[in-house]
Design a protein around this ligand. Sequence first.
Ligand SMILES: *Cc1c(COP(=O)(O)O)cnc(C)c1O
Length: 398
Amino acid sequence: MLNAAHDTQALMWITERPDFVMVDGQGSWLVDADGKRYLDFVQGWAVNALGHGHPAMQDALVRQAQRLINPSPAYYNAPSLALAKLLTAHSAFDRVFFANTGAEANEGAIKLARKWGQLNKGGAFEIVTFENGFHGRTLATMSATGKPGWDRRFPPQVDGFPKARLNDLASVEALLGPRTVAVMLEPIQGEAGVVPATAEFLRDLRALTERHRLLLIVDEVQAGMGRTGKLFAHEHAGIAPDIMTLGKGLGGGVPLAALLAREAFCCFEAGDQGGTFNGNPLMTAAGLAVLETLLAPGFLAEVERKGRYLSEKLTALSDAFGLRGERGAGLLRALVLADGRAPALVRLAQERRPEGLLLNAPRPNLLRFMPALTISAAEVDEALRLLRRALRAADGRP
Ligand SMILES: *Cc1c(COP(=O)(O)O)cnc(C)c1O
């Protein structure tokens, strides 16, 4: 419970929050100020790829903090060079620009595409984005976002983001014109409720964008960094996009994001792009620890295996409670309810005693699961047990 030591009044109000204060975290568990434990299937919004307090990240942060935290983005630093090299060695991309948030990485992608359009396509600047897509909370990325109403919330909106329908190639083609420079999408729409672009759609989109000399930008802020069982979600479709953005899992819990591009599209000139904290060695050292852990032999295969296990368990739960099934890839999954009780279930699950379960409801009829990639099968079982109890409580059963 909140008490005098935890005065919330000085924080600017932006959203309703439950009345506990998190103080410790270990692996898949969080502990609040009263000592209550929570099994964490939110993990900082799919951010803590390795869970809370992973030793590899702690070591990297402590060692780097003792050496050098920020020499200025005007100078090279060793961890950012090492992380950029490792990211390009394991992806279809040649160069990396580091940012601090997913929205900032996407702003960079938008700027890079517009720059390329200025240089190569007669000033074309429109980027086709998608209904229900999510790209961040800056003005441009809100305009690119397809959450109903979001592009018009802080008028005037940033121009040039017509919206197509996911998995509907004709809806993309209908929006193409001389001003189009790129198509940008999430391989799996996360905030929309874990809605995957089909492999066929991604391949068709790649062919279409090549035919029209348009850039294909994948926003892998949520689905990238091992979340789906492959290092990057677009790998499932076997395509090579031109530009990719990363965030969330890249820093494993600290603010780190990245804009990656193939050589032919790296067209920023001096002064076009930058940022005070960008690529600082403290955050990139953490990112390096995350990526090295994901690349260890067998790690991603294990994510895929645990994803299948979670999927089977959720399917069985759905059948037992008459729900509408589950979907997703790897350890990014959603359970579809038969009604709008998801927010109530989130509350019931977190309020359970002695241990709570932390979940997220991106839609009223949908629960999202984004556990640490290091979660154990026993912890998946425990989460399902807690969720079953919450479902029974919601039905008014003991
Ligand atoms: C979370 C998210 C973003 C925004 O990232 P921030 O770090 O919150 O700015 C952008 N795109 C996708 C797909 C996301 O899930």
